[in-house]
Design a protein around this ligand. Structure first.
Ligand SMILES: NC(=O)C1=CN([C@@H]2O[C@H](COP(=O)(O)OP(=O)(O)OC[C@H]3O[C@@H](n4cnc5c(N)ncnc54)[C@H](O)[C@@H]3O)[C@@H](O)[C@H]2O)C=CC1
Ligand SMILES: O=C(O)C1=N[C@H](C(=O)O)C[C@H](O)C1
Length: 273
């Protein structure tokens, strides 16, 4: 049995991950962590997320370390916000617990800390801005297209629900990085986030990144490669969060095979080279 602690347990992703784990026969939820001083503290997480009692009480993140020590999970899954995920990684690494992190919106400094904690703790970790199988194939396609069409103008567009806190999405930023690196460009130097005013002509080097927030859009990513007289568009649309949840379940089954002290990604889980 894979013993799983879920941080962000009552959120859009955390609640669906818990629901799915309760239906799998090789894994179980042993801890449910929520924001500090959560009103759900002490309530059964199954009751809170509408699946009935599962015997796991919600704990506030102020007691994260204690909760992890007591529940002894094999893996902590984190779908929260960047600051919270940094803390989850720190505590889990210190206790030698493996990690699956889907949270996005990290700063460079936060990513450096995460990397350092995982290395020092020598734990296994899978961190990916998008766990959907299709998106990870989409990344591979983008890398190939960028090499095949190096002179084409690239624009990245993403659309998400109105509740999403970070922008652009972690997936759009990963797409930017993949395309820039594949064509020998520095993503930080060539990215242009939205455009406004009398900004002049577009340079050939730049990569535009645009974020839409509206209603209940689960997650769309569109990358266009435009040349003279034509354009090629690659589109991934998540219809349901189950696409991400399925990826999390695969990551949970893979993690024992991951390299300790290092951050693995969904390519490692899915065997994409
Ligand atoms: N990698 C992937 O495939 C996906 C990644 N995401 C990312 O996952 C994150 C969460 O997304 P949603 O579930 O839509 O957000 P949400 O806002 O519905 O859920 C986040 C949950 O974390 C809780 N939380 C806040 N601070 C906390 C703390 N210190 N400790 C524990 N819990 C805390 C909140 O109360 C909330 O219940 C975002 O960064 C999002 O971009 C979302 C979908 C797929
Ligand atoms: O917040 C979301 O919802 C999502 N976030 C991830 C991201 O930032 O890329 C992945 C997915 O698109 C849904």
């Amino acid at each position: 049995m894979i013993r799983v602690a879920v941080s962000g347990a009552c959120g859009r992703m955390g609640s669906k991950i818990i629901k799915r784990i309760t239906r799998e026969d090789d894994m179980e939820v042993v801890a449910a962590i929520e924001a500090p001083n959560t009103p759900f503290k002490g309530k059964d997480v199954g009751e809170v997320i509408g699946i009935g009692t599962i015997g796991v009480k919600v704990t506030g993140a102020e007691e994260l370390e204690e909760a992890l020590r007591d529940s002894k999970p094999d893996v902590v899954v984190d779908f929260t916000i960047a600051d919270a995920a940094v803390n989850t990684v720190e505590k889990a690494s210190k206790l030698g617990i493996n990690l699956v992190v889907g949270t996005t919106g990290f700063s460079i400094e936060q990513l450096e800390k995460i990397e350092k904690d995982i290395k020092e703790g020598d734990v296994k970790a899978i961190i990916a801005p998008n766990m959907a199988v299709g998106v990870n194939v989409f990344f591979k396609v983008l890398e190939e297209l960028a090499k095949l069409l190096p002179d084409y103008n690239v624009e990245i567009m993403e659309a998400h629900h109105k509740h999403k806190k970070d922008a652009p999405s972690g997936t759009a930023l990963r797409a930017l990085e993949i395309i820039a690196v594949a064509t020998g460009r520095d993503p930080d130097k060539v990215s242009v986030y939205g455009r406004r005013g009398l900004i002049g002509e577009r340079s050939d080097d730049e990569i535009g990144v645009h974020a839409i927030r509206a209603g209940d859009i689960v997650g769309d990513h569109i990358v266009l490669f435009a040349g003279e007289g034509e354009r090629l568009e690659v589109i991934h649309r998540a219809h349901s969060r189950e696409a991400f949840v399925s990826g999390v379940i695969r990551a949970l089954r893979f993690i024992e095979k991951a390299e300790p002290g290092k951050i693995s990604n969904m390519n490692d889980v899915l065997g994409i080279r």
